[in-house]
Design a protein around this ligand. Structure first.
Ligand code: KG4
Ligand code: ZN
Length: 342
């Protein structure tokens, strides 16, 4: 098995990891907190920050792993989907390393990597595997018969689950990204405080935009009764918002597990860190008699360890990228799309 250095820079996390047969040798990263002030990711600032952080983080990762660049067998990078400028910074950086050191380049699909994060540490899932990937930009149900044979069987028609958390949190006066704040406050709140209807969407698809409107209307009504309505009821409002998001996710996950039975079920992406979602998925798995896989917290949100892990699979298959690799900001997830040269 090769030793791979991987870079993740698709959004607002800059991360570098080195992995080999013995597992993750080093994993370092930096979340760009500067976006908090703006209430969302500012693409231009994200690119600049990646540019500033990549070299020091790479040096740090090499030092932690105790190896030098010429001991690396291949260089991997997230080629998409993500912010165009942010992706380009990571791609240019990794291309330079691969070119100078004359080692292969591997282009990894970010959403494929979120799923492959489950193969970093044991217990590793077996196939077929049903995975719910929930992040700030995506909400997808993916059925995998093998690591490289999969089908997206459901996805969001509007906002992603993470976006629903972040936008809801913003209405409740919480900083960006709001998901972890909602999660923490929801633990102290009453989920039945507010009844937020979830959209009826056919099949295995999701929708969260109606939830945003319902929350906004409920907050306007509440503030009409008392101006400090949000401050007084923040925990209850968080618990109610979280309950509605989870209800939509679990409803579809349940339907998917009936249509695509599999003994292994996984949660992936930043929202997979949510305590309420993990609990609801555990209950579903207990009912269905299937094994639930939750990645470690550091592998739920964006990280380069999952890129290195996925690149191991790519390397074994001899699936390398060319030096004319470009960013694929809107790279759809499908088995076929992985084999079309980015
Ligand atoms: O996968 P990720 O790090 O980046 C993307 O690829 O988008 O996911 C980030 C998203 C954000 O929307 C953030 O609010 C959400 O994951 N998130 C959470 C939690 N931790 C992160 N949402 C709910 N509960 C959490 N504990
Ligand atoms: Zn992600």
């Amino acid at each position: 098995m090769p030793t791979i250095l991987a870079v993740e820079s698709s959004c607002d996390d800059t991360s570098v990891a080195i992995a080999s047969e013995s597992g993750v040798l080093a994993h370092v990263g930096r979340s760009q907190l500067l976006h908090e002030t703006y209430g969302g990711v500012v693409p231009e600032l994200a690119s600049r920050e990646h540019l500033a952080q990549l070299l020091p983080l790479t040096r740090q990762a090499l030092k932690l792993a105790g190896i030098s660049t010429n001991q690396i067998d291949a260089f991997a990078v997230t080629a998409g989907p993500g912010l165009p400028g942010a992706l380009m910074v990571g791609i240019s950086f990794v291309k330079s390393l691969s070119l100078v050191l004359n080692k292969p380049l591997i282009a990894v699909h970010h959403m494929h990597a979120h799923i492959m994060a489950h193969f970093i540490d044991p217990p590793k899932p077996s196939f077929p595997l049903l995975c719910l990937t929930v992040s700030g930009g995506h909400t997808q149900l993916v059925y995998l018969s093998e690591p490289f044979e999969f089908k997206v069987i459901g996805q969001t028609l509007d906002d992603a689950a993470g976006e629903a958390f972040d936008k809801g949190a913003r209405m409740l006066g919480l900083p960006y990204p709001g998901g972890p704040h909602v999660d923490a406050l929801a633990r102290q709140g009453n989920p039945s405080f507010l009844s937020l209807p979830i959209s009826k969407v056919p099949g295995l698809n999701f929708s969260f935009s109606g939830l945003k409107t319902s929350l906004s209307n409920a907050l306007d009504k509440g503030k009409g009764t008392r101006p400090d309505y949000i401050e007084v009821h923040r925990a209850d409002l968080c618990a109610s918002l979280q309950r509605a998001i989870i209800e939509m996710l679990i409803q579809k996950l349940k339907a998917a597990s009936q249509l695509y039975p599999s003994a292994d079920l996984a949660l992936a992406g930043g929202v997979a860190a949510n305590g309420g979602l993990q609990q609801a998925a555990a209950t579903l798995c207990a009912e269905n008699g299937c094994r639930l896989h939750l990645p470690k917290l550091e592998y739920c949100t964006d990280n380069a360890a999952m890129i290195a892990q996925t690149a191991m699979f790519y390397y074994t298959k001899g699936h390398f990228a060319r030096q004319d690799l470009v960013a694929r900001p809107r790279w759809p997830l499908s088995t076929e799309s992985l084999y079309t040269a980015p």
